[in-house]
Design a protein around this ligand. Structure first.
Ligand SMILES: NC(=O)c1ccc[n+]([C@@H]2O[C@H](COP(=O)([O-])OP(=O)(O)OC[C@H]3O[C@@H](n4cnc5c(N)ncnc54)[C@H](OP(=O)(O)O)[C@@H]3O)[C@@H](O)[C@H]2O)c1
Length: 304
């Protein structure tokens, strides 16, 4: 990162990952100062990625070296009925960012999803060469966005993440924490995913940016998830509740529910465990284990 060009645009800055990036900046002010990084946190109102004319005006002023694209239409179930909207943001919006990157010479870190892949057998994990065959509109729109990046952007890294959680905004962990007064929790037991903490994802993003090891030129694609076994929503919740009990928090009763019953209206793969070996090899980073990360986040939330 040279001293002249150190500006980073973050799109979708009011979302879960955008907010987590704001906390990262706040908690790493020394590093930010030392590396002379200037963050530009831009939300949907200020920087609507579907509006190419407007975003070009802003990009022209900021002259970013990097753009981290967290902006997306993320409601997987509703996307089934809002195909046009999902594609306009997750596909056409990304096309705008990609096309402008050539003119204004910035590099893109784009966040994608495990839902671009086809499902896999229960006992296996998906690596980056696995079959790209999304079954949901959301997955199809995100894959289409990836294709535009490959077509129009010379310098990008795509990070395919799964089941993103943090203490910010809407996500599975916060859903549990804000519903502890329910008497019963119904959670799917016969499906598997790989949880990804925003902290692990953000560490990866900044190692990639600060190491300057040419991953952008090579247009690399990586799976990102926490270390540890993949897990069902039931087991993940069971672990969270067990840790809450240790912190003397009252927890509801946990009941098993069926994947197919819950996903009646959507054709979603049952098993989508990610293999994160490639990123570990390329940047020598060991993501935290999800159990350690959950423990850590609960301590932060419930410390008095
Ligand atoms: N959350 C997960 O479990 C998960 C899993 C796999 C991949 N991902 C990917 O990870 C990334 C970050 O996810 P997240 O959890 O931070 O999602 P999020 O909380 O839904 O944040 C996305 C942000 O993008 C904004 N946005 C929507 N349309 C926009 C537009 N046209 N222009 C600019 N901003 C727009 C949203 O604003 P509004 O809310 O006002 O619409 C929201 O603030 C996304 O690319 C997502 O696809 C997430």
């Amino acid at each position: 990162m040279n001293s002249k060009k150190n500006n980073i645009i973050i799109t979708g800055s009011d979302g879960q990952l955008g907010k987590s990036l704001k906390y990262f900046k706040h908690n790493n002010l020394k590093l930010v100062q030392k590396k002379n990084i200037k963050f530009y946190f831009l939300n949907k109102k200020d920087f609507d990625i579907t509006n190419k004319k407007n975003i070009e005006k802003i990009i022209k002023i900021i002259q970013p070296e990097y753009l981290i694209n967290t902006a997306a239409y993320t409601n997987v179930k509703i996307a089934e009925k809002k195909k046009k909207l999902a594609f306009s943001i997750n596909s056409e919006g990304v096309k705008n960012l990609a096309e402008l990157s050539d003119k204004y010479k910035y590099k893109i870190i784009h966040i994608s999803t495990e839902l671009v892949y086809s499902g896999i057998e229960k006992s296996k994990k998906i690596d980056e060469k696995y079959l790209l065959k999304p079954s949901t509109i959301y997955g199809k729109s995100k894959l289409s966005g990836e294709k535009y990046l490959k077509k129009y952007c010379k310098n990008f890294v795509i990070l395919r993440v799964s089941w993103l959680y943090s203490l910010n905004s809407k996500n599975f962990l916060n859903y549990i924490l804000s519903n502890l007064n329910n008497l019963n929790f119904k959670m799917i037991d016969n499906a598997l995913s790989s949880p990804t903490s925003c902290n692990n994802l953000i560490n990866v993003i900044f190692i990639i940016i600060l190491k300057k090891n040419n991953l952008f030129k090579k247009q690399m694609i990586f799976n990102i998830c926490d270390n540890g076994n993949s897990v069902s929503p039931f087991k993940f919740t069971e672990y969270i509740l067990s840790q809450l009990k240790k912190l003397n928090v009252n927890v509801p009763k946990l009941i098993k529910t069926d994947f197919y019953e819950y996903n009646k209206d959507i054709e979603k793969p049952q098993y989508l465990s990610l293999n994160n070996s490639k990123i570990k090899k390329y940047i020598s980073y060991q993501p935290k284990y999800w159990k350690a990360e959950i423990k850590n986040l609960l301590k932060i939330k419930y410390k008095k």
